[in-house]
Design a protein around this ligand. Structure first.
Ligand code: RP5
Length: 162
């Protein structure tokens, strides 16, 4: 299964790149899409509605300010949605954190730290690992590796070519 990495603006790209890097390290196919919940709401709606059928197992959404991208996607798919509140603007990401994490009951967004795109990538890998033993093995190897203080961003393939 693959993972979608959405962001509300091209200006979010640098902060969302760690999610794509982590997914690549684990050998997970990922697609990046720049779509905005308020500037291109129809695109967001159609992407979310078709995400499961398109083969995604999880959707990562990064947005800043009054960040409603993750919630808008979660409203239209039953796939797990991971929100990354992004810093920027006068409230330094606190606005995006509250907008992303404070989803009303019934439609969750699993929210990572402000600018926590790397952890969003790891969480998406953990979600896929539930039904993929090879990904689960890679996760176990990764945890063993970081427990020794090794850098997280060392390419996975350099550790174990399986
Ligand atoms: C949000 O507004 C985006 O996710 C971005 O973080 C922020 C600013 O967007 P730009 O004005 O840089 O396009 O929708």
């Amino acid at each position: 299964m693959k993972v979608a990495v959405l962001m509300g603006s091209a200006s979010d790209r640098a902060k969302m790149t760690p999610a794509l890097e982590v997914l690549a390290e684990f050998g997970i196919e990922a697609d990046e899409h720049v779509i905005s919940a308020h500037r291109s709401p129809e695109l967001v709606a159609s992407f979310a509605a078709g995400a499961r059928e398109a083969g995604y197992g999880a959707v990562i959404c990064g947005a800043g300010m009054a960040a409603h991208l993750a919630g808008a996607v979660a409203a239209r798919t039953t796939l797990p949605v991971i929100g990354v509140p992004l810093s920027g603007g006068t409230l330094a990401g606190l606005d995006a954190l509250y907008s992303t994490v404070q989803m009303p009951r019934g439609v969750p967004v699993a929210t990572v730290a402000i600018d926590g795109a790397a952890n969003a990538g790891v969480l998406a890998v953990e979600i896929l690992a539930v039904h993929d033993p090879l990904v689960a093995e890679r996760l176990a190897a990764y945890r063993a590796r970081i427990s020794t203080g090794a850098p997280m961003r060392e390419p996975y393939s350099a550790q174990d070519p399986s």
